[in-house]
Design a binder for this molecule. Structure first.
Ligand code: UDX
Length: 458
C-alpha cells in the first residue's frame, strides 16, 4: 500500500470544498499522492485553516480566502451569499497563491479541485496548469446529477421508477433529496448541478469510490469523461493495520473529548456488541426524531455509542443520558475511523453520508441507514439493495422514524438472519476496498497513472 517512493519534482495543489465531509477525503488523497513521490499542498479558506491541528505533516498547508476570514460559513447570511463570495474571493486569492508559489520557486503543475468548485478549473487554465476534478460523492449520485444537468432527467420527476444506464431502477425516495424534494435547498442543488458546467474541459475526473463497488455506473460514466476511481481514501493504517507516521494531522471542525476515553469504553465491551450512532457533521434531527431514536436505541437493549453534536444536545429527552448510563456513551465528536475499526462495534446507525458509508464498507461494519438529505438517500438505497450491507429505516406518515422501527432495524442487523448475510457481505466489501488501494489494485493503478502522466508532462 502506501510506501515511500523517490521524490519527483511534481507539485500538486489540492483544493477541497470547505466542509468536513469534503476536506477529509481530499486530505487523505493528498497524503496518498505524497506517498507516490510527489509534493502536495492542500489549501483551505483562512477560517478553516485555523482548525487544523498544528503538527507537521507530509502534506503542506496553505490558504485562500472565502471572503469570510473571521467566521467562515457562519458569517454569511445565506448559502447563496457564501457561495458567491467563495467564488469571487476564492478565484482572486487562488491566483495569488499560484503566483506566490511560482515566485518562491516551487510552482504547481496541477490542481486537484473539488467538483463543487468548477471556477477553480478556469483559474488553473489561466495559469496553464493541469486541472483534475475530484468528485467526493459516489459515481451513482454524480451520474444522476449529470442526467439532471443535461436535461436527460426532466425535473420534477413525474413517473417512477426512473431508469438510468448503469444504475438499478430508482424510486423517488432513492434519488438525491434535491431531486425528490422539489425546490429544497436551491443554492445547494445549483452547486451539485454546476459540477458539470465545465467538467468536459478538465484533464482528469477523479471519483472517491472503487471500481468493484460501482462497476456498471463507472463504466457508463467513463464513456463521457476521463474518469478514474481513486478510493477509498481511508488511511492505510485502518485498512491493513499498519502503523503510519503518528505526526500526520487529522482535521476536525468540531471539538471533542479525548479519544482515548471513547476507545477505552469500547475496549471493555464484547465483540460486535455496540451500535455506533452518528449523523456526520451537518445533519440536524427534529426534537421528535431525536426522542424516537433515543427510545429506540434504549429499547434495542444493546450498548450504543452516540455522537450528539453540541447543536443537537438540547433535543435529547430529559435525563436520557443519566437513565442509559452503563448502556450508552455520548460524545460530541468521535474518532470515527478508530471507532469503526474497533471490534466491539457491531452496527453503524448512520445518515449515510458518503464518507461514513465508505468508511463502514471499508472496515466491514454493517449499517442501519437513516438518510437525511442530499446524496444520503441514494447511498442508503445502495447500502440496502445493491451492496446488501444494511437496512434502510422506514419513515412513518408524519415523516418520523418511530422507536419501534429503530429497534426492529437494529435487531435485524445485530441479531437477525438478514444481519448474518449483511456481516458476510460487509467482510467481502472490506476485502475489495483493501484490494483496490493495495499495490496493483484498481485505484492504486489509477493513481500511479495519474502521477506518471504528471511527471512526464512536468
Ligand atoms: C456531507 C454530506 O452530508 C454527505 O452526504 C456528503 O457525501 C459529504 O458531505 P457529512 O454529512 O459530514 O458530509 O457526512 P460524511 O460524508 O459521512 O462525512 C463525515 C466525516 O466526518 C467522516 O469522514 C467521518 O469519519 C467524520 N466524523 C463524523 C468524525 O470523524 N467524527 C464524528 O463524530 C462524525
Amino acid at each position: 500500500m502506501e510506501k515511500e517512493k523517490k521524490s519527483y519534482g511534481v507539485h500538486i495543489l489540492v483544493l477541497p470544498y470547505p466542509s468536513q465531509g469534503h476536506i477529509n477525503p481530499m486530505l487523505q488523497f493528498s497524503r496518498r499522492l505524497v506517498s507516490k513521490g510527489v509534493k502536495a499542498t492542500l489549501a483551505t479558506p483562512i477560517f478553516i485553516s485555523k482548525t487544523f491541528k498544528p503538527q507537521a505533516g507530509s502534506v503542506q498547508l496553505d490558504t485562500i480566502s472565502d471572503g469570510f476570514d473571521e467566521g467562515g460559513f457562519m458569517q454569511a447570511e445565506s448559502i447563496h451569499e457564501y457561495l458567491t463570495q467563495l467564488e469571487a474571493a476564492g478565484s482572486r486569492t487562488l491566483a495569488q497563491l499560484i503566483q506566490k508559489h511560482r515566485d518562491l520557486g516551487h510552482p504547481f503543475d496541477c490542481i486537484v479541485y473539488d467538483a463543487f468548485l468548477p471556477w477553480v478549473l478556469d483559474v488553473a487554465k489561466q495559469f496553464g496548469l493541469v486541472g483534475a476534478a475530484f468528485f467526493t460523492q459516489t459515481c451513482a449520485v454524480n451520474y444522476i446529477y449529470y442526467h439532471a444537468y443535461h436535461g436527460l432527467l426532466p425535473l420534477p420527476v413525474k413517473s417512477t421508477p426512473v431508469s438510468i444506464p448503469g444504475l438499478p431502477l430508482l424510486e423517488l425516495r432513492d434519488m438525491p433529496s434535491f431531486i425528490y424534494v422539489a425546490g429544497s435547498y436551491p443554492a445547494y442543488f445549483q452547486l451539485v448541478l454546476n459540477q458539470f458546467c465545465n467538467v468536459h474541459k478538465a484533464d482528469w475526473v477523479l471519483v472517491n469510490t472503487f471500481y468493484k463497488l460501482e462497476e456498471e455506473v463507472v463504466d457508463a460514466m467513463a464513456k463521457l469523461s476521463p474518469l478514474i476511481t481513486i478510493g477509498p481514501t481511508i488511511p492505510s493504517k485502518y485498512l491493513d493495520n499498519r502503523l503510519e507516521n503518528e505526526a500526520e494531522y487529522g482535521f476536525d471542525l468540531f471539538s471533542s473529548e479525548p479519544s482515548a476515553h471513547t476507545i477505552n469504553w469500547l475496549d471493555n465491551k464484547p465483540t460486535r456488541s455496540v451500535i455506533y450512532v452518528s449523523f456526520g457533521s451537518m445533519a440536524c434531527l427534529s426534537e421528535a426524531q431525536m426522542e424516537e431514536l433515543a427510545w429506540g436505541l434504549k429499547g434495542s437493549g444493546h450498548y450504543f455509542l452516540w455522537v450528539v453534536r453540541d447543536s443537537e444536545e438540547a433535543k435529547l429527552p430529559k435525563h436520557f443520558i443519566h437513565e442509559t448510563s452503563g448502556k450508552g456513551w455520548f460524545v460530541k465528536w468521535s474518532p470515527q475511523l478508530e471507532v469503526l475499526a474497533n471490534e466491539a462495534v457491531g452496527c453503524f446507525f448512520t445518515h449515510c453520508g458518503w464518507n461514513s458509508t465508505v468508511e463502514a464498507l471499508s472496515l466491514g461494519v454493517p449499517m442501519v441507514g437513516m438518510p437525511q438529505w442530499t446524496d444520503q438517500t441514494t447511498d442508503a438505497k445502495f447500502v440496502e439493495d445493491v451492496w446488501k450491507v444494511g437496512i434502510r429505516v422506514r419513515v412513518d406518515e408524519n415523516g418520523i422514524v418511530g422507536r419501534k422501527e429503530v429497534e426492529d432495524c437494529i435487531r435485524e442487523v445485530m441479531e437477525g438472519e438478514r444481519g448474518k448475510a449483511m456481516k458476510e457481505n460487509a467482510k467481502k466489501w472490506r476485502k475489495s476496498a483493501v484490494e483496490a488501494v493495495s499495490e496493483g489494485g484498481t485505484s492504486d493503478k489509477n493513481i500511479d497513472e495519474f502521477v506518471a502522466k504528471l511527471i512526464i508532462s512536468s
